[in-house]
Design a protein. Structure first.
Length: 220
């Protein structure tokens, strides 16, 4: 083949490929997603959104824009702390004092009646928002030590700083408060403070021997 024929073949191949891509985008007109079923005996129903992907750079971009907050709001880019706490109150087993954050993330992915989150960052932001309240519905811990039975990095009414590790837990308030009360109880009685005297006190050995001694205690 001559160089002109090769160039013509390449142009035709490109045009054919572009035409096939446009045909796929034109045919892709529905986004299917599961929703909670209202009928008895059905785990879920399928709903759909209509899209037009002809002018998009890719079908996934068109799907996300349609399903996100810019479109029909199927995918949540924000989840409030109170909404998260209300959902967890429905799902948290009564016999479990703590839950893995990774397990909660799976719940939002597999349970059709829960909001569909954009990613784990949305969940972690909601957790931080809920923990910063004056009366949070749960506490936070970086992990759980099976040997000591204690929570590591336990926080109450305070959001964690930095990324949440894979071992992170949400802890029931009663379990968190029980550990915090134990850790705040002093292991021994108050210790005397030596050489305690006010700024205006002047003493001599003679006056000390003639006066009753006073012992001062302090605790922090």
């Amino acid at each position: 083949m001559t160089q002109a024929q090769l160039a013509d073949a390449r142009d035709k191949a490109k045009n054919t490929r572009d035409g096939a891509v446009r045909a796929v985008r034109t045919a892709w007109s529905h986004v299917l997603f599961p929703v909670e079923s209202m009928g008895p005996g059905k785990p879920f129903d399928l709903d759909h959104l209509s899209i037009t992907a002809r002018e998009r750079s890719a079908v996934p971009a068109a799907v996300y824009e349609k399903a996100s907050a810019k479109g029909d709001g199927i995918i949540k880019e924000m989840l409030g702390g109170e909404t998260l706490a209300a959902r967890l109150a429905e799902l948290w087993p009564a016999d479990r004092p703590h839950l893995l954050v990774s397990e909660i993330a799976e719940w939002f992915a597999i349970y059709v009646y829960l909001p569909k989150l954009r990613d784990r960052v949305v969940l972690e932001t909601a957790i931080s928002d809920a923990l910063s309240k004056l009366d949070p519905k749960f506490a936070y811990a970086d992990g759980f030590d099976e040997t000591t039975g204690k929570y590591v990095g336990l926080l109450w009414q305070k959001a964690p700083i930095g990324p949440i590790p894979k071992t992170a837990l949400l802890v029931r308030p009663e379990a968190a408060m029980a550990q915090l009360r134990t850790s705040s109880t002093p292991e021994s009685g108050p210790k005397p403070l030596d050489n305690v005297a006010g700024p205006d006190v002047t003493t001599t050995p003679a006056t000390i021997s003639n006066q009753p001694l006073h012992r001062f205690f302090g605790s922090v």
